[in-house]
Design a protein around this ligand. Structure first.
Ligand code: G
Ligand code: G
Ligand code: MN
Ligand code: NA
Length: 254
């Protein structure tokens, strides 16, 4: 309860910030975008993981305000990237189930993209399988509207849910993000290699892009390249960082 009360004040007290982790094309090693990842630097608790405070925000309904803050901040920061020439990079924002299911979600997205003049094709959303499967018909409808707007949607943490593959063909999405739990134990001949390989094969068959998450070593990167995974992100190339640091990092990376 205590933490919930502090979370309530976190936005106004400017304790919430958005970090960005670069996403790159494996074959060319070019940076193509970044994932927005929320951070809470609390005056009481220090830095709190979103894995802890996002569920709290969902329980209390605070996720509505927090979600809106992240969407706005991501668009505002995209403008900063654009101003210094990185106008080809996409920004990918995590969306929680409550946010996605809100009746005003599509209008909110439209308004924010309009307000910051962000090209919809450079604005991506990440949803988990469980978010989509809570109400599959409704999800298909909302995803269809996003697609009409030109906003790309990725399934996040793909492979960790219990759902069957059959629903995939009915979802108007564009990307599968291979969960880092599979990527981290990638080794030649391992079970995880077989799993990642089949996810990529399924994605190719459905014309979906693949992003491997949690790439920490050159070995993992090379294996993913061999498997024809298109994009990747992970500590091997860069950790999530504040916008200022990202701008510096992009300049140095060129
Ligand atoms: O960056 P980190 O590993 O700490 O993120 C932990 C979890 O929090 C991840 O599952 C990530 O998807 C989630 N997360 C990070 N930022 C956001 C956000 O802005 N909104 C939502 N809903 N989840 C987020
Ligand atoms: O949204 P999602 O659940 O995919 O969140 C991605 C999480 O993975 C974020 O918390 C991010 O900080 C974390 N992350 C990104 N790259 C790496 C990595 O290379 N290794 C590990 N362990 N975590 C990573
Ligand atoms: Mn994500
Ligand atoms: Na993930």
């Amino acid at each position: 309860l205590e933490m919930k009360n502090h979370l309530r004040k976190a936005i106004d007290q400017e304790e919430l910030t958005v970090f960005y982790q670069p996403i790159y094309h494996l074959e060319s090693q070019q940076i193509v975008g970044c994932e927005a990842l929320l951070r809470w630097d609390s005056s009481i608790y220090g830095s709190v993981s979103p894995a802890t405070f996002i569920p709290l925000a969902e329980e209390t309904g605070l996720i509505v305000a927090i979600g809106k803050y992240v969407l706005k901040e991501a668009c505002r920061n995209w403008k900063s990237l654009q101003k210094v020439g990185y106008d080809h990079l996409f920004v990918s924002v995590n969306v929680s189930a409550i946010q996605f299911q809100s009746v005003t979600f599509i209008d909110e997205i439209k308004a924010i993209l309009h307000e910051y003049a962000v090209p919809p094709n450079l604005f991506h959303l990440e949803l988990t399988e469980s978010t989509m499967l809570q109400n599959i018909d409704r999800a298909i409808e909302t995803l269809g509207k996003l697609k009409q707007l030109g906003v790309k949607v990725a399934i996040d943490d793909f492979g960790t849910g219990y759902s069957s593959l059959s629903y995939l063909k009915n979802l108007p999405i564009s990307t599968l993000k291979v969960d880092k739990s599979f990527v981290q134990s990638l080794e030649s001949g391992s079970a995880d290699l077989a799993i990642v390989q089949s996810v990529i094969t399924v994605a190719q068959g459905l014309n979906l892009e693949t992003v491997a998450e949690g790439v920490e070593t050159l070995e993992q990167q090379l294996l993913l390249e061999e498997l024809n995974c298109s994009l990747a992100q992970g500590y091997y190339v860069a950790k999530p960082m504040p916008l200022d640091a990202l701008l510096e990092w992009l300049k140095a990376y060129e």
